[in-house]
Structure formats: structure tokens, C-alpha cells
Unconditional design. Structure first.
Lengths: 836, 163
């Protein structure tokens, strides 16, 4: 029994939310067209339904408030008063309280305590000063609520009123049906309206009286009412000729007609079935499997000449495709679900800011996956807020710029290459690039000289950095500093991209989101790396490049320890996928051709070097499970046509775990952090060092001022000069110095010439010396205060603490000295005393 | 669930419990038969680079991704990373399905609780984590594995260092 009631209550809350959403739209529309009968009608009905069902649950506060709104609206409907701005505002205020109450109900199943008498009085006053029945109704209701004994009687009455409503609806429907049959539907409707009105008014009066004396008067009222409602049907046809004459303007006729037929059609089409989302997900999964199973079946067709068999497979093929498409549709919802909140949002914002903004929506029917829709809701709200707050100028500014007073905000959505493109376009002042530049310097994101050279596009990228916000005064709308970076992160997590355009000249800004239709299936490029197959999601893939190192004049170049290559004049860092995933240490030889997948993560473009490019295929993304939770490099796995599992690379994760995006962004984040806490600059206590690894010796560091460049050499470039290993380096011969040979605890091993060699170039007396290390990591801030080592170790100055981590700082001077001694064959003077 | 409770000695039923037995190296193990979904000789495992050392990779079990655990490494017996022969025991645990790669599978035996004993205190940490006890068989000992612990215990979370 209780459970049953809960269910009904849930339904009520859902229904109420739907009504409120619809009212939201209607109100904003109403403000533009205060005379639009249809809208008032629609709002009135919404309020009426709300009142009716809240009465059923004895939610007195809700009922009273809805009733007050209804009372006022009924006056508007009867043309006794005309709606003005203040009326709409107070309607909106009460409407907000209604929403609050319903939210509270949905959480606690009870009504919140409180009084709305202030707003109710205003509403009722507006509904023509002192309306006796309304006045009577207001005090009467609380009394009824106060007496528990009255509750049953009241509930009963409400039930009957509910029933009335059904009768009402029935009458409506019936009238509509008639309308379809009869040519002049408008007249019909008009009559219906009248009938309805009468019925309703009767009901209110009865209800009010009943509320006052709460006698068991429930029975006569519904009887009376339903008879009125039923009676409304025949007069509808009779009224045909009469209202045709009196119909207010012939133009309104056709408009009213299409609106009603549309409504009827929508109702027919909608008739939705509620299905649990996880059931849908399971079905979706099964269909995905079916698609894969079909893929396994298809190759047999080519090997088999049996016609019956091939035609059966073809049929399965077609059916599967159809099934997949339909299944996808079940998860798709129109973007209008998110957009429907925006008219109200824009209205409130622009009123508050004293701006005039017109919101235009294009392509609201564009569909995308349910989960994605949820994910873009907040980012879109933020963007729209930004556009109204920062984008569109104040009325005065707009006049000065010779623009119409009312700013335009265009929301546009469309499908494009399997992606949904959502644009938010305003015709405001555009981005103030100089202010962005100044702010970038002020926020310590860039040095002044560097900021001066930033292009417009780069300045736009600055806007997406964490902690950036140009608005001087922090309004309660935007400008809290959590801005576009959060939007960007959110969009990126669902595999989408965001871009911004703002031509100089103040013609406005365009923000464009590109989002994959669905998360479950996505196109991906398969590549081979060593013996494994990996899939690269297409949305992060920019292009494929085959790079012939032998023919290219520059080949692979080294830029601070990172291999890079030039693509159309731009340097792209390279990541050897085999090395990154730890599959092998192989480094491409200078005469080979390499396949590079150019990918993009967080605005950083880089190349992934793979062994072979295979094919493009749609993959079903499956989570890898909890055991692989910490792995950033993979977005998931998929099952191939042959039944094998292939891993899907996560380009963002790879960029992060390889340090391609983390180092620069972490640096900025760190800067922000310092700004927040007003920590003095690092210069006093910290020094910048390069962190590198020597296997078996842990993390080592060397002060940055000793370092000229980083290089990675192919072992083939190493040549012998007497006993010493050298490489030719920018026209001079650079000796190589294997750092681990000079450190305590390491026996001389010489150089491992099977894999690539990481070299730190140090210039000593104008002569470059290459320090060979195992792996170069990152540039870090290390406290200047070093712990001395006891006993002292050869080649080390001391150790620094970075968090919990011990960093050994190299003593380059000593190493250089040792090297010179070695030159003189006096190595034995420094025996390895401290062997570990 | 019932089995786990039983193993821990909290429940004492008179009828015996069924255990699926298998060999890893020379050791004889048992696992509650009710949690065994199936046995498979299909060892098509896709390597997951940088994943936990004891996880060989992912397998496809009728459209489900199932992690395959190399029991040699999981139990700390040796460092053989490429199991090319063996049998997969596919288990259904609370944390999802998991495949254990073992040397060979024995028969299913029914055991009575009075043969059960708790593991000794001086057992190694890894073994202590995954073994819930031992059954004294007439000729040898049957080590009882806790399926859930195999997947969740802390020794699992050691991610291999990229080497």
C-alpha cells in the first residue's frame, strides 16, 4: 500500500517537473507576446493540473500557491486584466517557490514548512484588487489543513476533482476529435474554451466553499462539474457559427489550428514507454556484440559459394545494421532537453545585467546520446552565461557600436561527420585580446615579452587555461575564475573538443563544441606496435604521416631530449609507442621510414610512432575492469572480429603519462597555486634542476645552468676517437662521458650501444661534452639547501628532498676533473673506495 | 557466499563442499566449485602493457572482457611471464569474472569441514592474502584459495614498473 503511494508520488513529482519545465518556456514566451491567448491557456492548464494533483496528496502549500496563480491567470484569460511585466515577475517568483516545494517533496516526500501568503496576497491583489472568493479561499485553506479530521473529507474532494479533470480532458479530446472532423476548428476550440472556463470556474467556487466549510459536499460537486464538462461537448459544435462571427481576427484562426493539430499529433507520437536505463544499456551491449558476431560471419561469405548461405548472411547483415541504428536511437535524445532551460536563464541574466538579449535556437531537434547530453549540460550553461555576461555588451555600448539594442545569442546544433556540432554564437564585442594579454601577464601565465608575441589564436588558448578570468568585477554570474578551463576539461572527458573564434572588430564570438554522437561505439584506427594491435580513437587523431628518415633533410631532430619532427613548418614532439608502453626499446634507425599518427591532446599536438597502420573500424568500447584502474594509457578495450581483445589508446592519458601535457600544465597550475597562497617566488629557496635517471642509482639531478641542450642519439652515430667515444655534433667533435662510470656504486660498464642514447650537452670552456644518462625526465624545482652525504660519494654534491623523494645532485665539476685525470691514465689514483 | 562463510569456519554443515582442484607447479589447490563458471583451454590473452605484473592480460569470454591472472606470478612461485600452456579456470567473484591460468585442472572433490585447518602463522604474506586455509587429504594437502582475494588483495595492485 505504502509502496503504491510512493509510486504515485514519484509519478506526481515527475509530472510536476515536466509541467514546470513547460511553464518555464511559456512564461518567457508570454513576456514577449503578453496577449497570446494560447500561452495563457497553456500556463493556466499547467497550474490547474498542478493544483489538482497536489490536492490529491494534500500538499496544501503547493495547492494554495498554484491556486493563487490560477486565480490570477483566469482573470487574464477572461481579459479582465492585462498582463504586465510586474505580473509576470511575481508569477515567476511564485513559480520558483513551486519548484522549490516540489524539489523538497521529491527528496523528503513531505511538503516543506513555510508560508507563501505574501506572494499569494500580491497575486490575488493583482487579480483585481479585492476578490471576495479569493480572499475567502486563502484563510480558509490553512484552517482546513490544521484540522486532521478534515483531511479525509478534503482528500476525497480532491480525488473527485481529479476525476473531474479527467472528465475535462476527455471533453477536450473529444472536442479536438470533432475539430478534426469539422472544417472550422478554431470555432470549436473557442467554444471548448468557453465550456472549459465555465466548468472550471464552477469548480473553483465549489472548491473554495468546500474548503471553507469542508462538509461532505464532495459528491454533488463532481456530479455538477462533470455534467457541465460533458455538456460542453455538444455546445461546441453549436457555437461554431457564433464564434466564427465573433472570432478575434481571422488571422488567429490558422495559427490556432496548426497548434492544436500539432499538439494532438505529438500526444499520439509521444505515448512513451518507460524503460529502465540499465536495461537499455544491456540491450545496447548485446546489439554491439551482435554487430561483432556479424563481422565474424561476413568473411565466410567470400569463401563460400552456397547461395542460400550467403543470402542468409546478407539478411543477417542488413537486419543487424538496422537493429544497431534503432538501438542507438533509443539512447538518443534531442538537445532541446538541455536548451529548454536557456530561455529562462538568458531572460534572468539579461534582466539582472540590464541587457537586452534575444535567444535564437536552431537545430534543437538534433539528437545525441543521453549520457552525453547530461555531460554537456553544465558546460553549455556556463558558455551561455559567459556569452550574456562577457560577450554581449550593455545597451549603451551597443548603441555606440552602431548595433541594435538587443543582442543576439544563437544556439545552433547539427550533425556533421558522425559528430554533433553545437555552436554558441553571440554578436557581442568579441574577445578583448589586449585585456587577455594583460591578464595573462598579471596572472603570471606568461612573461611580458612572451605575452607580447602571442597571436590571437594563442590568446584564445590562454582563456582555456586554469584560473583565467578577465572580468574585473566578480559578478555572481561568472568571473569566479573557474571558467573555460573547466568547460574544456568536461568536454574533453567525453571525447569532445571545444574551439573559440572571435574575429577582431567586435563582431561577436563563436564557441564551437564537437562531440561524438555516442560513447559506446566509435570509429578508431588500428595500428600495430611490436606484436600488439592498438586502436587510436578517431576523434583524437589528426592525420597519419609516413616519414622517410633517409630522404628527409632533417630527419628526426632532438629538442631538449625529445625527438621531434617537422610537419608543415611546425615542430611536433614524437613518442615511440613501443618505448612508451614498455614493449621494447627499439629506436628507429636513420634510414628507415616511420609511421606517425599525429594526435592532439589538450591543444598539444604530438606524433605517436607506430610500426604499421592497419585499418579503420568502428569499435565497441568496453571498460577494462578494476584491475587496470591506474592505467592512464588506455581508454578501454574492444573485441575484434576474430574474437581477440585489442586495447584502445587514450591519447590524453598518454600525453599525461609521458609528460607531454602534464609538465607545461602542471607548471601553470603550480603558478596559480602560488598566486593563491601568496607564497614568495621560488628564486630564494629553490633552484631549477633537470631530473634524470641512471638505472640502479635512482633519481639524479643537475642544476639547469650547467646544461646547454638535450640530445638523443642513435647509437650508430657514436664513433671512436682513440679510446674515447665521440659523436659529431654541430660541426665539432663532442666526447661522450658516461655519467654512471663516474659515480660511486657503479662499476665501469661503458656504453650500451643497442638502444638510443640520451645525452645532456654541457659546454665547458667552449667545448661541448655529452653526459650520457639513461633517461631524462623533467625540469623540477629543488630546494637549494642540500643535505651533505656521509660518507661523501664520488660525483655527488649532496642530496635534496623533493617531497618524499630523495634527489641526488650531480657534482659536475668533480666529474669533469675525474674525466681529465682519466685522460692522463691516472684513474687508479681514485680507486673505488666506497663500494656498495 | 555460503561457501566463503563455510570456509571461514563460521558455518558448519554436515554435507561436504565441492571444490575444483588444480595444480600450479607441484602445489595442489582448491577453489569452491560453485564459483567456477567454466574451464577453457583457449589462452588467447591480449597483453596489457604497464598492467599489474601478475595479470597476463585480457581475454574475450563471449563478449565479456576477463582479466587473466597468471597464477605462477600471482602466488609468487616464479617469474614466468608467458604462459603458453595451461588451462584457464574462469571464476565468478563478487568483483566480476576472472580467469586463472593454471598448469592443469584436477577433479572436483567433496570435502568435509572437519578436515579443514587455518593457515599457519608463519606463512608468507602473499600466500596469507589469498589462502584461506588447508584441507588435510589422506595423501597430500589441498590449499584453499579465496577467489575474491585473488582479485582484490593488495599484492595484486603492484603495477609493473616500465622496464
Amino acid at each position: 500500500m505504502d509502496e503504491n503511494l510512493d509510486e504515485i508520488l514519484t509519478e506526481f513529482v515527475l509530472e510536476a517537473a515536466e509541467i514546470l519545465d513547460k511553464l518555464d518556456l511559456d512564461f518567457v514566451e508570454l513576456e514577449k507576446n503578453p496577449t497570446e491567448k494560447k500561452l495563457i491557456e497553456s500556463i493556466f492548464r499547467g497550474m490547474h493540473t498542478l493544483k489538482g494533483s497536489s490536492g490529491f496528496f494534500a500538499f496544501k502549500r503547493l495547492e494554495k500557491l498554484a491556486h493563487a496563480c490560477e486565480t490570477m491567470l483566469s482573470k487574464v484569460r477572461e481579459d479582465k486584466i492585462t498582463l504586465n511585466q510586474s505580473m509576470v515577475t511575481s508569477l515567476l517568483v511564485s513559480f520558483d517557490s513551486l519548484r522549490q516545494i516540489i524539489t523538497y517533496i521529491s527528496e523528503t516526500k513531505t511538503e516543506p514548512a513555510g508560508e507563501d501568503s505574501a506572494i499569494i496576497t500580491i497575486l490575488l491583489d493583482m487579480a483585481e484588487g479585492k476578490m471576495p472568493p479569493a480572499d475567502a479561499a486563502a484563510p480558509a485553506a490553512p484552517k482546513a489543513a490544521g484540522q486532521p479530521a478534515a483531511a479525509t473529507a478534503h482528500a476525497e474532494h480532491e480525488k473527485s476533482e481529479h476525476a473531474d479533470e479527467h472528465a475535462d480532458e476527455h471533453a477536450d479530446e473529444h472536442a479536438d476529435e470533432h475539430a478534426d472532423e469539422h472544417a472550422d476548428e478554431h470555432a470549436d476550440e473557442h467554444a471548448d474554451e468557453h465550456a472549459d472556463e465555465h466548468a472550471d470556474d464552477h469548480a473553483h467556487e465549489h472548491a473554495d466553499h468546500e474548503g471553507a466549510d469542508h462538509d461532505a459536499a464532495a459528491a454533488p460537486v463532481p456530479a455538477a462539474k462533470s455534467s457541465t464538462a460533458k455538456a460542453a461537448v455538444p455546445p461546441a459544435t453549436v457555437a461554431l457559427s457564433e464564434s466564427a462571427k465573433t472570432s478575434p481576427g481571422a488571422g488567429a484562426g490558422p495559427a490556432g489550428k496548426t497548434a492544436t493539430t500539432d499538439l494532438a499529433k505529438n500526444l499520439d507520437l509521444a505515448a512513451p514507454v518507460k524503460v529502465a536505463v540499465d536495461l537499455l544499456d544491456k540491450l545496447m551491449n548485446l546489439v554491439s556484440e551482435l554487430v561483432l558476431a556479424r563481422n565474424r560471419l561476413l568473411p565466410f561469405v567470400t569463401d563460400n559459394s552456397d547461395l542460400n548461405f550467403t543470402s542468409a548472411v546478407r539478411t543477417i547483415d542488413i537486419l543487424t545494421l538496422e537493429l544497431q541504428e534503432r538501438m542507438m536511437k533509443t539512447r538518443m535524445q534531442p538537445i532541446s532537453q538541455v536548451w529548454s532551460k536557456f530561455p529562462r536563464l538568458v531572460r534572468d541574466l539579461s534582466t539582472e545585467l540590464g541587457k537586452k538579449v534575444e535567444l535564437i535556437q536552431e537545430g534543437a531537434e538534433t539528437e545525441l546520446d543521453r549520457t552525453l547530453l547530461e555531460a554537456i549540460r553544465d558546460p553549455l550553461v556556463h558558455i551561455v552565461r559567459n556569452s550574456v555576461d562577457h560577450g554581449i555588451e550593455s545597451i549603451i555600448d551597443r548603441k555606440q557600436a552602431n548595433k541594435p539594442e538587443t543582442g543576439k545569442l544563437l544556439l545552433r546544433a547539427r550533425h556533421e561527420n558522425g559528430m554533433v556540432v553545437i555552436e554558441v554564437i553571440d554578436d557581442g564585442g568579441g574577445i578583448n585580446f589586449e585585456r587577455v594579454r594583460a591578464k595573462a601577464v598579471e596572472k603570471n601565465l606568461f612573461s611580458e615579452s612572451k605575452a607580447a608575441n602571442l597571436t590571437d589564436q594563442e590568446l584564445i588558448d590562454v582563456i582555456f587555461l586554469p584560473g583565467f578570468s578577465t572580468k574585473e568585477a566578480i559578478t555572481n554570474l561568472s568571473g569566479r575564475g573557474v571558467g573555460m578551463d573547466v568547460v574544456k576539461t568536461n568536454i574533453n572527458t567525453i571525447g569532445g573538443t571545444i574551439e573559440m573564434e572571435s574575429p577582431r572588430g567586435g563582431t561577436g564570438t563563436t564557441i564551437r563544441l564537437k562531440i561524438a554522437l555516442t560513447l559506446a561505439i566509435m570509429p578508431a584506427l588500428f595500428v600495430r606496435c611490436e606484436n600488439e594491435r592498438f586502436a587510436i580513437p578517431q576523434n583524437s587523431l589528426l592525420e597519419m604521416v609516413r616519414f622517410d628518415l633517409a630522404k628527409d633533410p632533417t630527419g628526426l631532430e632532438d629538442f631538449y631530449g625529445t625527438p621531434v619532427f617537422r610537419l608543415r613548418g611546425r615542430l611536433h614532439p614524437l613518442l615511440m609507442l613501443n618505448q612508451h608502453l614498455g614493449l621494447s626499446d627499439r629506436y628507429p634507425s636513420t634510414d628507415s621510414a616511420i609511421n606517425i599518427a599525429v594526435v592532439q591532446s589538450a591543444g598539444v599536438r604530438f606524433g605517436l610512432v607506430v610500426d604499421e597502420v592497419l585499418n579503420m573500424q568502428e569499435v565497441v568500447v568496453k571498460p577494462m575492469g578494476t584491475l587496470f584502474k591506474g592505467l592512464l594509457d588506455f581508454a578501454g578495450a574492444t573485441i575484434l572480429g576474430n574474437g581477440r581483445v585489442a586495447l584502445i589508446l587514450d591519447v590524453d592519458g598518454i600525453a599525461g603519462s609521458s609528460g607531454l601535457i602534464a609538465s607545461s600544465q602542471a607548471q601553470r597550475a603550480q603558478d596559480d597555486h602560488m598566486l593563491d597562497r601568496h607564497v614568495p617566488t621560488t628564486a630564494d629557496e629553490e633552484t631549477t634542476m633537470l631530473l634524470f635517471d641512471i638505472h640502479g642509482l635512482g633519481s639524479l639531478a643537475i642544476p639547469l645552468e650547467y646544461i646547454n641542450r638535450f640530445e638523443v642519439f642513435n647509437p650508430e652515430r657514436v664513433q671512436m676517437n682513440g679510446k674515447k667515444m665521440v659523436v659529431s655534433y654541430s660541426q665539432v667533435i663532442m666526447p661522450l662521458l658516461v655519467v654512471k662510470d663516474f659515480l660511486s656504486g657503479k662499476k665501469k660498464q661503458g656504453l650500451d650501444l643497442t638502444s638510443s642514447i640520451s645525452v645532456i650537452v654541457h659546454i665547458s670552456n667552449g667545448q661541448p661534452i655529452g653526459l650520457v644518462v639513461d633517461q631524462i625526465h623533467d625540469i623540477v624545482q629543488v630546494p637549494k639547501k642540500l643535505f651533505s652525504l656521509s660518507p661523501p660519494q664520488r660525483g655527488l654534491v649532496g642530496a635534496a628532498l623533493m617531497g618524499e623523494k630523495v634527489i641526488n645532485v650531480l657534482d659536475l665539476d668533480e666529474i669533469m676533473m675525474l674525466r681529465n685525470l682519466e685522460d692522463d691514465e691516472k684513474d687508479e689514483l681514485y680507486p673505488d673506495v666506497i663500494e656498495q | 557466499m555460503k561457501n566463503i562463510a563455510n570456509v571461514n569456519g563460521q558455518l558448519s554443515l554436515n554435507e561436504g563442499q565441492d571444490y575444483c582442484t588444480f595444480h600450479v607447479n607441484e602445489l595442489f589447490f582448491g577453489i569452491p566449485a560453485s564459483q567456477v563458471v567454466e574451464l577453457s583451454r583457449d589462452l588467447d590473452v591480449t597483453l596489457v602493457p604497464k598492467g599489474p605484473v601478475s595479470v597476463s592480460g585480457l581475454m574475450n569470454l563471449r563478449g565479456q572482457l576477463v582479466p587473466a591472472i597468471n597464477m605462477h606470478i600471482r602466488l609468487g612461485l616464479d617469474k614466468d611471464t608467458t604462459p603458453d600452456k595451461g588451462v584457464c579456470i574462469i571464476l565468478s567473484t563478487g568483483g566480476g569474472q576472472v580467469a586463472l591460468i593454471v598448469d592443469s585442472v584436477g577433479e572436483i572433490i567433496s570435502l568435509n569441514d572437519n578436515l579443514f585447518e587455518q593457515p599457519p602463522n608463519n606463512m608468507s604474506d602473499v600466500a596469507r592474502e589469498v589462502l584461506s586455509g588447508v584441507y588435510k587429504l589422506p595423501d597430500k594437502l589441498l590449499l584453499l584459495l579465496d577467489p575474491l582475494k585473488i582479485m582484490t588483495a593488495s599484492s595484486m595492485n603492484l603495477l609493473s614498473v616500465a622496464s
